[in-house]
Write a protein that binds this ligand. Structure first.
Ligand SMILES: Nc1ncnc2c1ncn2[C@@H]1O[C@H](COP(=O)(O)OP(=O)(O)OP(=O)(O)O)[C@@H](O)[C@H]1O
Ligand SMILES: [Zn+2]
Ligand SMILES: [Zn+2]
Length: 802
């Protein structure tokens, strides 16, 4: 094959296709599908993916491929096909999709350099920056305030040119290895010749006489409690030799996880696993919805299904929501499958992620456990795909390409003729509706392990508390229950939705709320350094002492953040030992793990936290769960608000009474009559499903209707409204009569980072032409979009309606 079909790294409508490049003879036979190459494109050199090889081209005079970035393909041909499909599905550019499938470090970095083309001096202003060098980086030119006009003139005069370089950022970690470089009798001679004072060197040589095999320098120095200085003379004399060896950064060391064996399954578990195993054996694709209450042993069903897949010589992909990818979760997979497991977690460093990914690519592991993007694991013989907590919204990517991992899982499951398991105690309405229709096969685990009871849920009406004169954030009931658990030496989980939920600053005199000057949203108060921060654009400022509006000094922060709860807690029950887990206390790598280990060892009585403690935790001594403000999700401008509240309450309650001790839950709320609060407290998923489905039908939302959300943003408000109006008109004209087009309306977040945001929404049942129409609209605005002023976001499966 002489010609490569390449998708180039220019995300734009006109370049969203393959370009043909000639394979120069020096690369003949080395270019393969799925490899990254460097190609000339206009005046620059850029990265591209080889999609195909051919001998024919409709164009003559093709340019040559400049360089290869890979030795082996980074994308399998299945992933290339998946990418093409996904870019159609999500209306994303090919290049964005392929890049989303790869670890961050494989994204190319571009560098510009200015090269002198003359031996003469450059014009004064330029030579001042060049300082007689032949080339400088473009960044330096900008840093030194270089003038663009001068640059352009020099380029058109032919004395300068811009060169574009493509850099790879991937780094392979190398470790120093020390080896003996002499026959052993010679080493013994050297040892005999060494002076008595050279203690460390004597130890080093004795080590290698006893253990002649290569050893990592780090381990060697640690073992002998010495430093590089004592090693150096031996290296210089050539008695020892230093080599570099590629190693993986290994964030999850196998030896840390005790090995586990398959547990004898309960009757319910056996019934649930049977159809999965037969799908594996018969190699037929089927989607299973595993609806199992919290603590019913879903994970054991996953583990034993995976074992079957491994026995068949195949591979498994397991998706877990980011925040549930806790050390406990990793331990369960590593404990069962040891070094056969790769873990892909966003808390890993870019290098660690790259190494875990390479273990998958090199087929050195059989199982990957990871967050959303692990669905693109480059396995070629997939035998099962599992999505745990399938209701989690983090499976939907909220930037280009806007894909849902569930759709990708099902696509890959079909290609590999293997089962896909969606597991949850609170499945999404979409999935449960499909299971009822028989599109997915429903498997049910209705009982907890050892027949443990679901914890009793007490709903406390916080309005009553206020009337009784209790102004604190703890109801009398919750306070009593906490004290009781402390007395019995049991543990407590306290849950507060969202970090700094509504910790906004308000003037009590005039009601003025301090907002971000660039976004229409209240700033959040951070106590630690007395600062106000915007969570959308990172704008921050000092907490004012007086109201900027009325000068009153009664300006205060409102609402409850985890920090505030922690303070109130230590005032109320000073002897309680509290661990706080939120974004602030878990930012450092490994801190998440450390806090949970401490809690597991009962070094604290209370675990206080946000969303991140709602899932996956399995601690036997936890007998009380307190939900401080159940309403916080209920009032979001989102048609899924009730569903999310139901899910969250069920998940949090599920953390109590999981082993032998019985559990109890206290839910504090201002709307105790709301059906999602009521039904969650009864663990009545079926009734909730019925009721919520009725609502969705009445108000025409998924799963009865499909939604498309188009968000337009621009620094100029007039332009935003204009464009959104035009889009609505075009949609009205080209979509069918049945489609309902709502808008233009301002987005719930109307201004972010000084850009105005408007939206329109399409509700529809069947619009086969919709994608084509939207594509046309997008390419109509392409020029304006390329200038970066106008932004049009299309979400064909919106989860975030803000
Ligand atoms: N067959 C079994 N025999 C004995 N113990 C089991 C068995 N299956 C699971 N368990 C134990 O029961 C507990 C709960 O199981 P697991 O955590 O898998 O439930 P889950 O359904 O995944 O829960 P959640 O959805 O709340 O995370 C765990 O401690 C697990 O080790
Ligand atoms: Zn802001
Ligand atoms: Zn005021």
């Amino acid at each position: 094959m002489r010609i490569a079909k390449v998708v180039v790294d220019v995300p734009a409508s006109q370049t969203n296709r393959v370009f043909d490049y000639n394979i120069p003879s020096k690369f003949a036979g080395s270019v393969h599908k799925g490899m990254r190459v460097i190609v000339p494109f206009g005046p620059r050199k850029i990265m591209g993916f080889v999609l195909d090889l051919t001998d024919e081209s409709d164009f003559d005079r093709l340019k040559d491929i400049s360089d290869l970035m890979d030795v082996t393909p980074v994308l399998t041909s299945e992933l290339l096909d998946l990418g093409k499909w996904l870019s159609e599905q999500t209306l994303s550019f090919y290049i964005s999709v392929f890049q989303a499938m790869l670890p961050q470090v494989l994204k190319a970095k571009y560098k510009k350099e200015l090269h002198k083309l003359t031996s003469e001096e450059l014009p004064y202003q330029l030579e001042e920056i060049f300082a007689f060098r032949d080339y400088i980086s473009y960044d330096e030119f900008i840093e030194r305030d270089g003038h663009h006009g001068n640059l352009q003139k020099a380029i058109s005069d032919g004395v300068l040119e811009i060169n574009y370089l493509v850099n790879s950022r991937e780094t392979v970690k190398k470790e120093s290895m020390i080896t003996v470089n002499r026959e052993s009798y010679l080493v013994e001679e050297e040892l005999a010749n060494l002076s008595k004072q050279a203690v460390k060197q004597r130890q080093l040589l004795s080590h290698f006489i006893k253990y002649p095999e290569p050893i990592s320098q780090k381990t060697l120095l640690e073992q002998l409690k010495t430093t590089r200085a004592s090693l150096k003379p031996l290296l210089e004399q050539g008695i020892l030799k230093e080599t570099k060896q590629e190693v993986y950064r290994n964030p999850y060391r196998e030896d840390k996880y005790p090995e586990t064996k398959a547990l004898p399954l309960t009757n319910q578990q056996s019934e649930a696993i049977e159809p999965i195993l037969s799908s594996i054996k018969q190699k037929v694709h089927q989607v299973f919805l595993l609806h199992g209450v919290t603590g019913s042993g879903k994970t054991e069903v996953y583990l034993q299904s995976i074992q079957e897949v491994i026995n068949k010589g195949k591979e498994a992909i397991v998706l877990v929501p980011e925040i549930a990818l806790t050390p406990q979760m990793v331990e369960r997979f590593k404990g069962r499958f040891g070094s056969n497991v790769a873990v892909l977690h966003s808390a890993l460093s870019a290098g660690e992620k790259f190494d875990e990914w390479r273990k998958i690519q090199r087929k050195q592991v059989k199982v990957v456990v990871g967050a959303r993007s692990a669905i693109f694991a480059p396995f070629e013989n997939v035998g099962i795909i599992i999505i745990d907590e399938e209701h989690e919204t983090s499976y939907k990517q909220e930037e280009h390409p806007r894909y849902h991992a569930r759709d990708v899982a099902i696509y890959r499951g079909e290609k590999h003729d293997c089962p896909v398991i969606l597991g949850s105690a609170t499945p999404t309405l979409e999935s449960f509706a499909r299971a009822q229709k028989g599109i997915y096969k429903l498997l049910t685990l209705s009982k907890r392990m050892n027949d443990a009871k679901m914890p009793k849920v007490n709903i406390v009406d916080m309005r009553d508390e206020l009337h009784k004169g209790n102004r604190s954030m703890f109801s009398t009931k919750l306070k009593e229950e906490i004290e009781l658990r402390l007395k019995k030496q049991e543990q407590i989980v306290l849950f507060l939705n969202r970090r700094g939920y509504s910790t906004f600053v308000m003037c009590r005199d005039c009601g003025h709320v301090i907002e971000c000057p660039h976004c229409d949203i209240a700033l959040t108060y951070h106590r630690k350094n007395e600062r106000l921060k915007c969570h959308y654009c990172a704008h921050e400022k000092q907490m004012p002492s007086h109201c900027p509006d009325c000068e009153s000094d009664t300006i205060r922060y409102f609402g409850t953040g985890t920090q505030k709860v922690e303070e109130a807690l230590s005032e109320m029950i000073p002897e309680a030992r509290v661990i706080r887990m939120d974004v602030d206390t878990t930012r450092r790598k490994g801190s998440h793990e450390k806090l949970l280990t401490q809690f597991g060892r009962h070094e604290a009585d209370i675990l206080l936290g946000t969303q991140m403690i709602a899932k996956g935790l399995d601690f036997g001594k936890v007998t009380l769960v307190g939900v401080l403000a159940a309403d916080s999700l209920l009032h979001l401008p989102d048609f899924r608000a009730s569903e999310k509240t139901f899910q969250l309450l069920t998940q949090v309650s599920g953390r109590a009474g999981r082993h032998s001790l019985p559990g109890e839950v206290v839910v504090q709320t201002y709307t105790p009559e709301h059906y999602s609060v009521q039904l969650a407290s009864e663990y009545n998923f079926e009734q909730f499903f019925k009721q919520e489905m009725n609502m969705r039908k009445t108000f025409q939302y998924p799963p009865y209707y499909f939604l498309t959300l188009i968000t337009v943003s621009h620094p100029n408000q007039v332009r935003v409204v204009e464009v959104t109006k035009t889009i609505v008109q075009l949609l009205n004209k080209h979509l069918s009569e049945q489609a309902r087009i709502l808008g233009p309306t301002p987005s719930p977040l109307t201004r972010v980072k000084d850009r105005y945001r408007y939206q329109c929404m399409v509700k529809y049942k069947n619009e086969p032409n919709q994608r084509k129409i939207i594509k046309k609209i997008l390419s109509f605005y392409d020029a304006e979009i390329q200038k970066k002023d106008l932004l049009i976001q299309v979400d064909l499966q919106p989860y975030q309606l803000m």
